[in-house]
Ligand binder design. Structure first.
Ligand code: SF4
Ligand code: MG
Length: 278
């Protein structure tokens, strides 16, 4: 009898496409690809029951490297596309993925409202504090004194965006941070985020070895968070007051009610045809 993915245990390989990533050797995004495939295998989600949706950027190429359904869409627009997909197909496991420029600048407004809407999906941001694809400009998470930005000699001079604080304030229901140096740990965070109801946000520190080679040193400064996750937003907010960006782990696991669309109000195709065909 032929063995199919329906009759055998799934492995990370089942979620990889045969397209070879074009990322620079050593880019952290390789590790995140591996973590996503490990998480899906651990959860035993059939490839045809999952989708990865992205915008634009180096990390946003990730859907092409997986075997699940994918959309490599418009810059900054991964979240509305992913939310639309999840609302239309609640049976799918939906992951949105991309970078800090795509997600926090061009897509920043979508990030706020995706957290607020709290649809049951997972958003992974590969944060390298730079626009890599366009060759090294400061992004929303770049520190104010980074002097090598192509458009910001002397440094951007403005305080960086704090993704975890924004996610917490906006209503995300699961908030975590990982580092690409430990792909197994990031895989566990992703699996936990997928399992947790509502909008799960996972920031993964993912070095850009080409335009921010100093980020290779992150491995020396990251550390497990000193405390257990909390379900109390006020306590999570207090923890973030002293967060330097290198504490790894789950910060917040909330019980906010996920968004449920009112499907009874949805028009059928026949009704839409009656409405719009003249
Ligand atoms: Fe990765 Fe940076 Fe190369 Fe883009 S430019 S593939 S982020 S190392
Ligand atoms: Mg980036």
């Amino acid at each position: 009898m032929e063995t199919t993915t329906a009759t055998r245990k799934l492995t990370p390989k089942d979620y990889k496409s045969d397209i070879k990533p074009v990322w620079c050797p050593g880019c952290g995004d390789f590790s995140v690809l591996s973590s996503i495939t490990k998480a899906l295998a651990e959860l035993g989600i059939p490839p045809e029951q999952a989708a990865v949706v992205s915008g634009i950027g180096c990390s946003s190429r990730i859907p092409a490297y997986t075997s699940v359904y994918g959309l490599h869409g418009l810059h900054g627009r991964a979240l509305p596309a992913a939310i639309g997909l999840k609302v239309a197909r609640p049976d799918l496991t939906v992951i949105a993925a991309g970078g800090d420029g795509d997600g926090f600048s061009i897509g920043g407004n979508h990030f706020l409202h995706a957290c607020r809407r709290n649809v049951d999906m997972t958003y992974i941001v590969m944060d390298n504090e730079v626009y890599g694809m366009t060759k090294g400009q400061a992004s929303p998470t770049t520190e104010p004194d980074w002097e090598r930005g192509k458009l910001t000699p002397g440094g951007p001079g403005i305080n960086p965006f704090h993704p975890l604080a924004v996610a917490l304030a906006s209503g995300a229901n699961f908030i975590a941070r990982g580092f690409t140096g430990d792909p197994n740990y990031v895989a566990r965070l992703i699996a936990e985020g997928i399992r947790h109801p509502g909008f799960s946000f996972i920031q993964v520190l993912s070095p850009c070895v080409t335009f921010r080679p100093e980020e290779r040193e992150w491995k020396k400064v990251v550390r497990p968070a000193p405390v257990e996750p909390t379900s109390d937003p006020a306590r999570a907010a207090r923890r973030l007051m002293t967060d330097d960006g290198f504490n790894l782990g789950v910060l917040f696991k909330g019980d906010r009610r996920p968004f449920r669309p009112d499907t009874s109000a949805r028009a059928t195709v026949a009704e839409l045809e009656q409405e719009f065909v003249v």
